[in-house]
Design a protein around this ligand. Structure first.
Ligand SMILES: Cc1cc2nc3c(=O)[nH]c(=O)nc-3n(C[C@H](O)[C@H](O)[C@H](O)COP(=O)(O)OP(=O)(O)OC[C@H]3O[C@@H](n4cnc5c(N)ncnc54)[C@H](O)[C@@H]3O)c2cc1C
Length: 152
């Protein structure tokens, strides 16, 4: 007899199962694949590593809180990630300052100036549309705004 059955052992299912178990419930987590973690998974082929999903946590504080709530008391220190796109003709770090990234792309792809501008314009309008997202959840504050919030 179980209190709960969680179908799917991705980060969502595992978090849910861990929280229930920490709350004293008996839980069975079921997974259809041969590995747990769902899209948080990598595989290796011919010496290359292929990430199937997340490369870093967008909201590390939420992850810390979730682990804490699930009973993991050990302090976990996250390291900042840098993402680099490497191919025979491209070598670019894309976790750099937004406008520097755009400049770098325009330098690499001289024929695609308009396309790059249009792409960044679209992203800028998307960022504009979600600029108040922290009013919904303060965890979504990033960068300078987050530092400001801590100050006050
Ligand atoms: C390419 C990519 C990049 C991403 N990058 C980031 C990132 O950098 N940072 C970040 O924070 N997030 C990132 N995300 C988002 C993040 O991966 C997801 O939000 C998170 O992993 C979703 O977890 P989940 O448990 O909801 O779903 P999933 O990880 O999809 O897990 C669902 C699980 O349920 C299993 N399942 C489904 N049906 C059944 C069934 N009938 N029976 C048994 N098992 C079943 C599946 O096999 C799977 O293991 C990325 C996602 C993708 C795809």
């Amino acid at each position: 007899m179980l209190d709960a059955i969680v179908v799917g052992a991705g980060l969502g299912g595992l978090s849910c199962a861990a929280k229930l178990a920490h709350g004293g419930k008996s839980v069975l987590a079921l997974e259809k694949m041969h590995h747990v973690g769902g899209t948080s998974y990598i595989f290796k082929r011919d010496g290359y590593i292929f990430p199937m999903g997340p490369l870093s946590f967008s909201f590390p504080n939420l992850v810390k809180k979730m682990l804490h709530d699930a009973g993991i008391k050990k302090e976990i220190i996250f390291k900042r990630q840098h993402f680099q796109l490497l191919s025979p003709h491209i070598d670019i770090i894309y976790s750099q300052e937004w406008m520097e990234f755009k400049k770098h792309l325009k330098f690499l792809f001289k024929k695609d100036q308009q396309g790059i501008d249009a792409c960044f314009d679209t992203f800028t309008s998307l960022f504009e549309a979600i600029k108040d997202i922290h009013e919904w959840n303060p965890e979504f504050l990033i960068g300078k705004k987050k530092k400001m919030q801590k100050k006050y």
